[in-house]
Design a binder for this molecule. Structure first.
Ligand code: PLP
Length: 452
């Protein structure tokens, strides 16, 4: 039996785990299984660190969100936000559940085309679309959401030159009471830019004006902001119908619903504070249904929800590399994952559970990642049992934005495994290798290591 390691005794003032009505001991319960697959077995088979995605949970989330909206409004369409998580296996789960694709670059567009097969279920957003990409999207019948006047003029010119009739919408930005204002994307509502862009589209012979789009922010905590957004888009749709006799086919309210993660500095956990999807659905559908459109002209309601549908389906498993005492006496735990793989630790206090039963003694600690970089902090302060080298942990709700914003910095990126509905495991992205990283590199001849 291994001898219990000696830790020198230390006297310090207790200041951790300030009481709230939920108590303090939330992060000492071990999590030994994900969807009934043993965590230790996953780490043994696929290495540490390791991302794990539950297919079942993704399906529960999208089915739940669809039910919530469809019971309140007759025509609803979800479009999966690729940048939130564009692993093809993940995208295909959403597409199987009926979601279209929502992309914000030419690279994502091509990825979506490969996954969906046809262009008319792809929404092309974002400020960066080249002429070639615009032509391709127009030829494929994709929905092009125009971001700025330069793009609008390019599209008018391209459609004339290439005899195309692209299906377009504009992205609208507006004051929804959220500050700082998200006004760098799209055309502004209050100053008349949005209306001006609509008149130019309708007056151009070559563009087909099909919809109105907004994406008012991310991790939005105010359902009322969506009421304002829905009302403004309805007003534009109504005015266009009155003036030009043309009703848009759809209103796209973007994404931005929060997941149940806890924002840094929040007093209470996200699970107890973020509004539910029902609350957002209530205000959005109330506004559209109450606006005064005739039943047969009600627009399709599109939602591009990202993080709220995937965050809790993703886990990051990892291992303690070492523990140490900092100069001020605080305990520090060094993990084999850090900011490089867990980008969202910049925004969230991720819940972290031990993967095995540990002692009852809890202590506040700093949790660092493995990078040689001072900012590589996973949690500035977390109260957990005394983790030791080799102990393993489960980080919760990491499905959104980590597998797209991760950095290949200092270390290689790990395996991603999906647990399917029958609890079988599949690698959906292989751990990177030196060969993979160097594949795109070239060394000029005069710099090559001489071999004589
Ligand atoms: C990022 C993004 C989304 C998804 O946002 P979430 O906050 O993850 O729901 C949807 N639409 C657009 C245009 C986006 O840029």
């Amino acid at each position: 039996m291994e001898k219990i390691r000696y830790e020198r005794p230390l006297i310090f003032k207790m200041n951790t785990g300030l009481m709230n009505k939920f108590g303090t001991k939330t992060e000492n319960e071990p999590v030994t299984h994900i969807e009934s697959v043993p965590v230790k077995g996953l780490l043994k088979e696929f290495g540490s660190p390791l991302f794990v995605i539950s297919e079942k949970q993704i399906r529960r989330n999208i089915q739940n969100a669809t039910r919530i909206f469809k019971t309140r409004y007759p025509k609803v369409q979800f479009a999966w936000s690729y940048k939130t998580n564009y692993m093809n296996a993940v995208c295909q789960v959403f597409h199987q559940e009926g979601s279209w694709a929502e992309v914000v670059s030419g690279f994502e567009y091509d990825k979506a085309l490969g996954n969906v097969g046809s262009g008319n279920k792809i929404i092309f957003n974002g400020p960066d679309k080249t002429d070639e990409q615009l032509i391709k999207a127009a030829q494929n019948g994709s929905l092009i959401h125009i971001d700025h006047y330069d793009e609008l003029y390019s599209l008018i010119r391209l459609s004339e030159e290439h005899k195309l009739k692209p299906r377009v919408a504009i992205r609208v930005n507006m004051d929804t009471g959220i500050y700082p204002k998200w006004d760098r994307f799209g055309f502004n509502f209050e100053n008349g830019q949005a209306w001006n862009a609509i008149t130019r589209i309708i007056n151009s012979e070559n563009l087909e004006f099909v919809g109105l789009h907004c994406h008012i922010g991310t991790f939005m905590l105010s359902p009322n902001a969506y009421a304002i957004a829905a009302r403004n888009l309805c007003e534009l749709a109504w005015t266009a119908k009155e003036r030009f006799g043309k009703m848009v086919q759809y209103i796209d309210l973007g994404g931005g619903f929060p997941s149940t993660n806890t924002l840094k500095g929040a007093y209470l956990p996200g699970t107890d504070t973020v509004p539910s999807i029902d609350q957002f659905a209530d205000v959005i559908t109330d506004v559209i249904l109450g606006y005064g459109f005739k039943q047969e002209e009600l627009p399709l309601l599109i939602l591009e929800t990202g993080r709220a549908l995937i965050d809790d389906a993703g886990y990051l498993l990892g291992t303690v590399l070492a523990t140490k005492r900092l100069s001020d006496g605080r305990r520090a735990t060094i993990m084999d994952f850090g900011l490089n793989s867990l980008f969202t630790s910049l925004w969230y206090d991720h819940k972290i559970s031990p993967a095995q039963k540990l002692g009852d003694q809890m202590e506040e600690m700093v949790m660092f990642g493995p990078l040689c970089m001072n900012i590589d902090v996973v949690r500035e302060s977390i109260t957990m049992p005394m983790l030791q080298k080799g102990d393993q942990v489960v980080v919760h709700k990491v499905g959104a934005y980590n597998m797209t914003q991760w950095m290949q910095f200092i270390t290689l990126r790990p395996n991603i495994v999906m647990i399917d509905n029958e609890n079988n495991t599949h690698i959906i992205r292989k751990a990177e290798t030196l060969k993979y990283i160097e594949m795109q590199e070239e060394v000029p001849t005069h710099l090559k290591r001489s071999t004589e």
